[in-house]
Design a protein around this ligand. Sequence first.
Ligand SMILES: [Zn+2]
Length: 768
Amino acid sequence: MLALLPSGNAASNPEPMDGYSPAHAATERDWETKFRNLPDPGVMRDSMQHLSARPHNVGSPYDKANAEWMLAKFKEFGFDVHIETFEVLFPTPKERRVELLAPTQFVAKLQEPPLGVDPTSQQTEEQLPTYNAYSVDGDVTGPLVYVNYGMRDDYEQLERLGVSVKGAIVIARYGGGWRGIKPKVAAEHGALGCIIYSDPKDDGYFEGQDYPTGPFRPQEGVQRGSVMDTQYPGDPLTPGVGATKDAKRIALTEAQTITKIPVLPISYGDAQPLLAAITGPTAPEKWRGGLPITYRVGPGPAKVRLVVKSNWDLKTIYDVIARIPGSENADQWVLRGNHHDAWVNGAEDPISGMAVVLEEARALGELLKQGWQPKRTIIYCAWDGEEPGLLGSTEWVEQHQDELRQHAVMYLNTDSNARGYLNIGGSHTLEHAANQVEREIQDPEKHITVWKRAYLRKVARAESAEDREELRSRADLRIGALGDGSDYTAFLDFAGVAALDMGFGGESNGGVYHSIYDDFYWYTHFGDTKFVYERALAQMAGSTIMRFADADLLPFDPSGSADTVKRYVAELKKELKKKQDEVHERNRQVEEGVFTATADPEKQYVPPAKEAVPPYLNFAPLENGAEAYARAAQRYHQAVVRLNENAAAWQSPALKEINAMLLLTERTFTINQGLKERPWFKHQIYAPGAYTGYGAKTIPAVREAMEENKWQDADQGAVVVGEVLMKEASLVDSIAQQLEQAVGQPPAPQTAQQSPTPISTQKPPSGK
Ligand SMILES: [Zn+2]
């Protein structure tokens, strides 16, 4: 909350436990202490060995076997458990070919070799071939062009070099943004096909010793992965509804999320002959990778044929859903999940996270035997089909959307876990609660709390005096906004359920991601080899779940959220100013004739034209909304402070109603019609970027419109989000009022409803 504690003392002098009466805080602390002693590295190691023993992609026998094994485990731990199935579109490769036709001939291997020391790498019969799921079928031939990471700014650079990809096949390296953006942007520029390869500079020998001597990607290692487009996640044939057996399905040709051009991933072993055959301009310095060749852009004389054909079958996916019924508020659900499907054996991705979830469940089961009863219902989930496109979680959320909107308190997600520092992203209403738990978890190697370790890292990386000052003065570490890297997406962006995503990392990097080498041998040699960060994650995530399940007053913190929203609004204003300045500068250069060079002297020089300067936007609705929200949050915060001073008030029956209202605070950020161009995405504060994928775009209705120079949309977006913030302010204000009455405090003067003084009434001085 807003109280400014000196950060360094936070651990030794804990503030009151948010959401707990003094008596219940003591009991809760006892149970959480018992819980944290239970996670056992040896058990998690065994779970990992079992779950990653064979390839377990969607549709494989071992995927189903794993779901059944986990069902039995949850049952043994005392959960009420079932498997819920969906029928989803999951393409698997039928034909794959990458062939250099000129100036020399070469056929790519498209095969990862088994390694003698690594037993599961030898299960070649069961391994899913290297491919990018949801690539459209195609057989294309064209000149090859190297496009660096293949993101939008790379094409701007190509244009400056005078290179077009129209009618060409592009080769992009992995990195720089989500892989699905690469074929999307390539198609938008007229390319016929897209090849993605892993450059050794990004996760291979340039970074460190390659596998199996070290953890990095070997010569023939390939990153599989989904390239499903971002209009909506989940089954392409059932947007917005659960993909049950008799769900209404759209035709494959209508599915918007299949790529427009064929795409295939390859290793750097296969990429090198292709790249070496390209001539044309030398690639800009930042584009050059780690291969012993001169990186050139092309086109010509390299000519390539790319063939991709898939079996477009429906496959059954198996979500494991396990409950502990709540003893007092059974209709309030605290949810926890991780996916269980992998591209191949997937020891790190996802079993390092899945083993943690199971271990938490085992520990909670032990507490149940000792007499602990959570107030609220706890639901543990093992999702199937995350890798192809968040299938299991999205279909489940779509299927249960009405119940979730009514009952869900929060959702906590994990995925891969490794050694290092704790990274948390999520809803900012949960920031404070996450910080409180984080201050109590010990780093297994550094003898400080994981909070302190994350704090020290942020201090070391702070770029400005402003950042450093904030770290000194702000009690809580900021958490990042969520994009769409894992199974929290449908909860947060579609159903408006407050979500957290967390995991350790940053020290045991490697290059086996989505390859046959992400397996038990790799993880036990190069990952969290002692499983101690696995234990720390179980302690952290499990304690957070208990904290929300047992609370007298749900520990949502509108203050942290309002503070963050205000920052986002300020960022947007800055961003607009920057765009305007940049255009002014380019126009000045055009006027002065600064642009004279062209990469190809034979091409006729066309001088660039002056651009339209971005207009002024009216940020007033956003600023007023953010301001009203902050005032309401402050009022609520004051009421909570009073509650903490008045032990008797914790008995008030009004808390039940207040909790029911708090449950709706995240839902209020969503609107039914969603984002203008992506209506599936309902949240107005967070969304994954249409051109970043993993990366979040905050206040997307305004930010993305600005980035696309859609000024009218940006203006309208500001009005829509402003209204959402006003609604949020009004809800928080009435919660504060209820709480004030419960603590026997005269209600403060109305804040949110009264029409606020406009902060800014900027109007465009001229038209567009
Ligand atoms: Zn994963």
